[in-house]
Design a protein around this ligand. Structure first.
Ligand SMILES: NC(=O)c1ccc[n+]([C@@H]2O[C@H](COP(=O)([O-])OP(=O)(O)OC[C@H]3O[C@@H](n4cnc5c(N)ncnc54)[C@H](OP(=O)(O)O)[C@@H]3O)[C@@H](O)[C@H]2O)c1
Length: 400
């Protein structure tokens, strides 16, 4: 098959952009060359000579010779303007920016259709794990039941450090920041927002349903305390930040990001440090499991490279599962078995939210309730000002 010659305009030359430059140099078989690189800071020292760079995005966007834009910047708003203009000018686009895609999914779909150009984003979800294209191509049928994964490397690193090394959450976070795994303002990761953006991509490609970030509930790991960490240790469990989506037979999708207790029989148990892991469950093949590096220059650049290579033979996502009548399940229909840690003051009030209580405990400082609660009631607890609480999932409970 004849491969297309790709002339690339690259945006961003940070961790992933530089990684891509290196990876492309080591892949001479691919007919893809970076013509120009657009970056932001004119004062910054670069690893390659300055004739490769511009600070004016239009030098790439208005260059008709450039047929492919690779967007690898760290600013979601600026990224959207770049990607939108590139698509409108008929350029194929590769991006790794999950926040940008999650916030503008419908508009990006419309632009791809209207201007008949592909937008690929494998690196935006779990970096080196080829999950988007698998969901799009391999699981191209109605029999996929669920997708569940550890999709954020920095929170997984922090959780591994607290569980295995006995570090406090604060120590582990500092360590992750020192090693460059977590941002100086880490709330996007630790609050579960980054995982939610990725989940939104998974839901779109697994079930053909486009949702907005606000439609999916997320709790991160930033509220976890010593009580639930010790509980996990005593029971031989690990706490993992899990992105979850499951479709029932009526086409209703349960989807959330929550910290979850996993036991040693769960494939996610052994996914530690900055690794990511995704389980798919389908009617005939049961559970399949993907694992790989979820961040870092080369693992992320390898996914970008795979998208570039796919563009060279005119690959595009066909979004074949879109336009189904499936939708997110209502919060009152989603029941979860959870451990809720709470302050002493709110113990009686929080108990009322539970449908079933299996266990409860009070010390001089705080307490916990283990039982079954609807997502609707979890959201009501979230809205309580001044209450000190955290929540860890055991499992989703099926109710008729
Ligand atoms: N790092 C990872 O492991 C990883 C994994 C998966 C996905 N991603 C995604 O990949 C993208 C890039 O991440 P990164 O870690 O490579 O970021 P980074 O190291 O912070 O680099 C960001 C780059 O973007 C440039 N930039 C920022 N705003 C710009 C603008 N308006 N116009 C042109 N250039 C601009 C910066 O220019 P200067 O050099 O001039 O400052 C810098 O070169 C993000 O969307 C991120 O979410 C990253």
């Amino acid at each position: 098959m004849n491969r297309k010659n790709l002339k690339i305009g690259l945006f961003g030359f940070g961790c992933v952009g530089y990684g891509l430059h290196e990876v492309l140099l080591k892949t001479p078989g691919l007919k893809a060359n970076i013509k120009l690189i657009c970056v932001k800071d004119p004062e910054k020292k670069r690893q390659i000579s300055e004739e490769h760079f511009t600070f004016d995005k239009n030098e790439i966007l208005e260059d008709e010779d450039i047929n492919t834009v690779v967007e690898l910047i760290d600013d979601a708003d600026a990224a959207f303007e770049i990607v939108k203009t590139a698509l409108m000018k008929g350029k194929s686009v590769v991006t790794a920016n999950k926040k940008m895609i999650a916030e503008h999914f419908s508009e990006l779909l419309q632009l791809q259709k209207q201007y008949n150009v592909p937008l690929l984003y494998e690196a935006a979800c779990c970096a080196s794990i080829p999950i988007i294209r698998n969901l799009e191509e391999y699981y191209d049928n109605d029999l996929l039941e669920s997708v569940e994964g550890i999709v954020n490397g920095s929170t997984n690193y922090i959780l591994t450090q607290t569980a295995d090394e006995g570090k406090s959450y604060e120590e582990a976070l500092k360590d992750a920041q020192n090693k460059g795994f977590a941002e100086s303002n880490p709330i996007l990761d630790t609050g579960g927002f980054d995982a939610k953006y990725k989940l939104l991509l998974l839901v779109a490609h697994a079930f053909g349903v486009i949702v907005k970030p606000n439609d999916i509930y997320n709790i991160g790991i930033n509220k976890l305390g010593i009580l639930e960490l010790n509980y996990a240790k005593e029971k031989g469990l690990k706490i993992k930040l899990v992105a979850f989506a499951e479709k029932n037979q009526e086409g209703q999708i349960t989807s959330f990001v929550l910290p979850k207790f996993v036991d040693k029989h769960d494939k996610l148990f052994a996914v530690d440090d900055v690794f990511n892991g995704v389980k798919t469950k389908s009617f005939f093949s049961d559970i399949q499991f993907f694992v790989g590096k979820g961040a870092g220059a080369y693992p992320t650049a390898s996914a970008v490279l795979s998208d570039i290579s796919a563009l060279s033979y005119d690959y595009r996502y066909e979004y074949k599962k879109l336009n189904t009548n499936d939708k997110l399940a209502s919060d009152e229909d989603i029941y979860l078995k959870v451990m809720l840690r709470h302050d002493l003051e709110h113990a009686p009030c929080f108990k009322k939210y539970f449908d079933e209580i299996h266990e409860s405990y009070l010390s001089n400082e705080n307490g916990y309730i283990i039982g079954i609660i609807s997502l609707k009631h979890i959201k009501e607890i979230s809205n309580k000002k001044n209450a000190e609480w955290s929540l860890v999932l055991f499992e989703v409970v099926k109710r008729n």
